[in-house]
Design a protein around this ligand. Sequence first.
Ligand code: UDP
Length: 324
Amino acid sequence: MKNILVIGGAGYIGSHMVRMLAKQGYNPVVFDNLSKGHREAVANYPFELGDLGDKARLTEVFKKYGIEAVMHFAAFAEVGESVKEPSKYYHNNVAKVLDLLDALVENDIKYFVFSSTAATFGEPVRPKIDESHPQNPINPYGNTKLMVEKILADFDTAYGLKATALRYFNASGADDSGEIGESHNPETHLIPIVLQAAAGKRVSIKMFGTDYPTPDGTCVRDYVHVNDLARAHILALEKMFKDNVSERFNLGSGNGFSVAEIVKEAKRITGIDFTVEKAPRRDGDPAVLVADSAKAERILGWKPQYNLTRIIETAWNWEQHRKY
Ligand code: UDP
């Protein structure tokens, strides 16, 4: 059984990853500083408290468990915040990752799965974004992720570190069990905010921008279920173990939904007519981001299994029963 270190394993996507690794016969070890993560989300798994920029601590944990591959989820990931506080983003998402990568090389760990993002592409020049699309980020968050993608290419050339960069579109939904799900403080993501309004935990939601060049004027995004993303990581890891190559994949459903459409579907699923306000655009938001994931399907055999309805249903189930 392979021991996999999941950095940021107590966070939203990381905790779903940890469960899936265990289900698929791997030994996940959680490494998290708990600045944003939740210990309860991974109560049943080996846990090591630590910061991703702490090489000594990482080295200790690599040795203790005989770690063979590392997945990294411990990034700051809010576009709006990254525009206001870029320094925080460059420190955590780039400088500390460089320390982490040095620790991998020094400890002869050869496999790394990196959480990248659709935000590395910036404003789309084609309706759907495949891996050949130009990468011109329009916000600091996207810049940090693109920088690490470039660092990874150079680390492969120089040190033979094999890495797969997975560019997530909009991670969403919760585990079907209802035991884990999205929990940020403060919450900034559309689907959990909408469902908190439905649950009566917010008085209303704001639609950021209603004058975009889209059919209904609101931003269009490609929502992909967190368990579909986790499954892609396992396929990517297995591909690296088998072929020893670095890769990059765009992960989305290929379907775009506007903010107004998300609101409508959430109202239908919950049966609750919460209040929606029009608000100005949020800094750093492109009008449309939709993936072309044909490469992931061709090479990894990956195809999302959850549609938008299941995404919102699982997120709603979580919102109603959440423990953290
Ligand atoms: N959004 C919104 N109201 C909110 C939160 C988000 O209108 O309270 C919009 C946001 O401007 C973007 C879309 O919903 O167009 C998805 O935003 P989210 O923060 O969920 O994900 P992102 O696309 O930034 O990764």
